[in-house]
Structure formats: structure tokens, C-alpha cells
Ligand binder design. Sequence first.
Ligand SMILES: [Zn+2]
Length: 281
Amino acid sequence: MEWLTSMNTALENLKPRLLWKHFEAISAIPRASQHEAAALNYVLAEAARLGFESVVDKAGNVVIRKPARPGREGAVMAALQGHLDMVCEKNEGTAHDFSRDPIRLVRDGDWLKAAGTTLGADNGVGVAAALAVMESTDIAHGPLEFVFTIDEESGLTGASDFPNGLLKSKYFLNLDGEEEDTLCIGCAGAVNTVARRKIERRAAGAGDAWRLRVSGLMGGHSGIDINKGRGNALRILGRILQLLREHVNPGIASLEGGSKRNAIPREASATIVIDGSRVQE
Ligand SMILES: [Zn+2]
């Protein structure tokens, strides 16, 4: 087992010890979105080994409860949450089967990396941190719930199917942050919406065809850049079309824009047909 040797070297002397122990263990478990069973079994086995109760919901999320440490029994209950799945990407030429192979961990100075693949620190570090607190005997904490959700990366279905009433905690700490040493107080959500509308096509009448094009925008991630006031090409184009509709009522021959659900659209275009006598207007 050659990778085991290299893994141990990669994580040698890293602290906190429990966190890296669990990170090493889950890095060895394939856990693509919607294939989290083995990772789920790992956290369940840990709960059983430590003698804590666990509940698996219908979606496949798990909640584990750990009593307060002595002296902290009166504290309010808090939940620590992380997601079990990871984004599975590899470099061209890397032989890696994400359904079977462990992530190969490599130490590069102060960085821990993976050999030719994604590392899965999102959200492996969050899961490992939660498991470290779960196993700890030297942290003065109140009663805790540990929540491990599935399928975050491909649509947050674990979180959205999470049943009402299962959690007893007053505070909920999500361990899937973006920035180090930063605590974000707030609430985030994501939803995919598919809208369908029947359209009626007809032959274009006499008129001039024009191509409207919105481009040159910055774009960005719809999660972390959405608050920056950046232009959304689809919305800008939509506003223009709406305005035109109110004035010269063009025919729309084509309409396209955007590329990904989680990217702010940078470009959009439409081909419209306007009555020749109204072009000036
Ligand atoms: Zn994540």
C-alpha cells in the first residue's frame, strides 16, 4: 500500500492531530456527490465507537448527538455541520478513479495538496473538524449535534431534503466557509428553477432584423459575487426587450445567453425584427 506511506508523510506532525487523522481517513474514502455511502458509514462507525446516538434521515444525511462536557450541561445545544461529498476533478493524464481510488495527499511546504486531483478540503476539512470535536475530551463544550449532509456540490439536495424537526440545536455552525479566520453570520441558500413557457413561432413579417448583443461584463460566481452589483447580461437584455416591446413591439427570432447556473451571465444576445418604418424610433 504505497499511498499509505506517502499519506502518513504528508500529514506528519500536523496539528490538531485529531483533525488530520480524520482528514486522512476520509481522503481515503471515495465520496463523489450522490455516492456518499462509504463516507456516511465512516462517520456512523465513529459515532458508534464513541458511544453517541445517531440518526440517518431519508435523504441520507446523518445527525449525531454528543452530550455536554462536565460542567457545560446548562449550555444551549449547537450543531456543527459539514457536507460529505466533494468535487471530483482530475488533471489530464492523471489516472484516478473517483469511485474507487483514495485521494493521494502531498505536502508542498505549508500546503497540503492532492496529486493530480481535487483535494476535497471542501468540505473534508469541515467534516474532519467536526469529527475531531466529536472525539475530543479536552474541549469544554455544551451539548452538540453533528450534522453531515450529502450531495452539496451537485445541488444541495441533502440540505433541502433535510427533515423539519430533527435538529434540537439553537445554534447552527456551517463549517463550509470560504475564508480563513472569518466567521460569517447569515443565511445562504440555493435553488435551481426550471421555467417553461410555450411559445408560438410564426414567419417574420416584413421588417429589418437586428441583433442585440450585451457583452463585456465581468461575470462572477452567483454565490460569492452576487452582492457586488455586477451586471447580469440576461437581465439587461430582458429589460431592453421589455422596453422595445412597449414601444415598437419587435418580433423575437432568437434569444440566448448565460452558460452556467452558478455563473453571473456575461453575455446575451437576441435577434429581433422591427417594422422598417419604426427603426428610427
Ligand atoms: Zn462545500
